[in-house]
Design a protein around this ligand. Sequence first.
Ligand SMILES: [Zn+2]
Length: 325
Amino acid sequence: MKTKSEINQFFLEHAIDVPCICGNHTGWSVSKYGRYGNRIEATLCYRCGHVWAKKQLKESDLKEFYAFYYRELYSNGKGLKNSEAFKPRIEASKKNILSLFNKYVNNGSNSLVVEWGCGAGWNLIPFQESGIRVIGYDLDIEYTRFGKEEYNLNLHTINDYIPDEGLKLEADFLILNHVLEHVTTPEVFLKSLVKLLKAETGLFYIGLPVIESLPIWGYRNFFHIAHLHYFSGRYFVQWMKYLGFEPLEIKHEQGIYLFKYKNDTKNISARLNFRLYNFVLIVYYYIKYIIIYSFLFRIYENSKILKYLWRTFKSFFGRKNYHGK
Ligand SMILES: [Zn+2]
């Protein structure tokens, strides 16, 4: 078990400066510290407007971080290996992921659904219950074991988040839910995942915490030591077009997207200039946060004054009880 200060210390000693996904190094700091008090330096790029964590761990240190430090921070060491923790996730998967699958995939019962970064497989349960073939992959050996034992899911442990060259799946529907923001090189990662999709018809579901969905977490909690990228939904969709994907479904407020892969050639006409849009979004949410924060603080302060007035009032007019009579 690691304490929060040990985790902070580990991060401070190992973090390095990394550039934005566009290659630029300079930007405007939008949040120096993350949710758990680590100095991540979330920065808005001066060139393209993307928000990224300027301080990141190297690949080798990231593995150590996830193996020994992350779970402790995130769930106080308890993890999510119980059916109570599963319930809301299964429901969310039914509502957000399975519904999109049913909308876009014909002949769904003969399909193969693959999730990369599946945890214990909670997103796959509604698919399995509908008689659809599922396979899940995750780095966490304890999670995959739990999903296999408790829910009889077809889950596998992987050693690297980039799929093996030899892995051939031909998935009809590939799920990547809240994974992309954790990855140091999202472009390389996405390109490696495309190979798992069935050519022409395979669909790619991606869920991620986009800036438009910031109110779900609140400004203070949105920036997070394990998140290396803070895409805005609009930036993300444009960036995906640039990488050769075609968006079929876009839900910015929830951070839910469905894509079809078109081709390998980069769509250079998809320009990445979101400086103003991302800047306005961030400033808007920051001001909102400050207003709400100061409002709550004022209520708290006022409540102290009211309590004082009430006590004074009581001492003047309240019933006095001398010597227990
Ligand atoms: Zn950039």
